[in-house]
Design a protein around this ligand. Structure first.
Ligand code: PAF
Length: 290
């Protein structure tokens, strides 16, 4: 138990016994899966969880299986004490913080391989990513047995993959998506924003501006490819280096679209600013509001 009254749990055995006691007492349970380094975006997920359930678990686990060898696993920000205080102030109940060996004990050899919504976009450049995310989230769900798991729309493809996995595997919980929380200039909040230099931070908002422009252009009747190409040029002009993608997809299936129909769309982008990879997305098409 931390000073702030939040329970910090590091073994599955203890976690299961606490959740079972909550259930016996009639509580509902919501889970907010995170890798820590909490910001206002994560806290908005905790607030949504508290609206839905009388007990809220936040998992804090920097999941090694969703990083490739050349990615930022070692340098990923770790601010555990501060995270505990923030979660306690938000009114949360339990932090599930397993060690890597508790999550992946000796002999661990099972992996979920998502397709469908996982195809393309992130998978084109990070082929290991959604297998790692789906496997750890499936374990987080079966460890905590929540009624709800709350994810941010900031990682829109991840949210779609979670919905698909829960549907496909008949997992008995509901995935809830929450709107992206943005800085005053529009930059999506992300733990990785901490990597940006002052100059990069000023330039970073261009990714939001670029995808918002795509959404507005296609609503005004512009061609999807042309609008996406203009967004790439705008990112380059703002100082972005490698652009992994600027894409317009069906908002539900995440299938590629070439023209506007009556279905909601999503504009998604991922690009590098110096050594930092930023991703963002906005709604477009019928019924969208930004
Ligand atoms: O979005 C994240 O922080 C991670 O991908 C998640 C969902 C906690 C799985 O490790």
């Amino acid at each position: 138990m931390s000073a702030a009254g939040v329970q910090i749990v590091r073994t599955t055995k203890e976690l299961r016994s606490i959740v079972a006691a909550w259930r016996r007492d009639g509580h509902g349970v919501a889970l907010v899966p995170t890798m820590g380094a909490l910001h206002a975006g994560h806290l908005s997920l905790a607030q949504e969880a508290l609206k839905r359930s009388s007990r809220v678990i936040m998992s804090i686990f920097v999941n090694p299986t969703q990083f490739s060898a050349d990615e930022d696993l070692d340098s990923y920000p770790r601010t555990f004490e501060d995270d505990v205080d923030k979660f306690a102030s938000a009114g949360g109940h339990l932090i599930w913080a397993p060690t890597p060996s508790e999550m992946y004990p000796e002999g661990f050899a099972t992996r979920i391989v998502p397709e469908g919504a996982a195809n393309g976009l992130e998978t084109d450049v990070r082929p290991h990513f959604f297998g790692g995310v789906a496997t750890v989230c499936c374990k987080l769900f079966t460890q905590t047995l929540p009624d709800f798991a709350i994810f941010g729309e900031k990682d829109y493809q991840q949210l779609s993959v979670m919905r698909q996995m829960v549907r496909d595997l008949d997992l008995p919980l509901e995935i809830v998506g929450c709107p992206t929380v943005r800085e005053a200039d529009g930059l999506a909040m992300s733990s990785r924003n901490a990597y940006l230099s002052n100059d990069e931070r000023k330039a970073a908002v261009a990714i939001y501006t670029a995808i918002t422009d795509v959404a507005q252009q296609i609503e005004l009747g512009a061609d999807i490819d042309g609008a996406s190409q203009s967004a790439r040029q705008a990112l380059q002009a703002a100082g972005f280096g490698q652009i992994d993608y600027v894409a317009v997809r069906d908002a539900e299936s995440l299938e590629a679209v070439t023209s506007v129909t009556d279905r909601p769309l999503r504009v998604l982008a991922a690009a590098w600013l110096g050594k930092t990879r930023l991703i963002d997305n906005v709604a477009a098409g019928p019924g969208s509001s930004r």
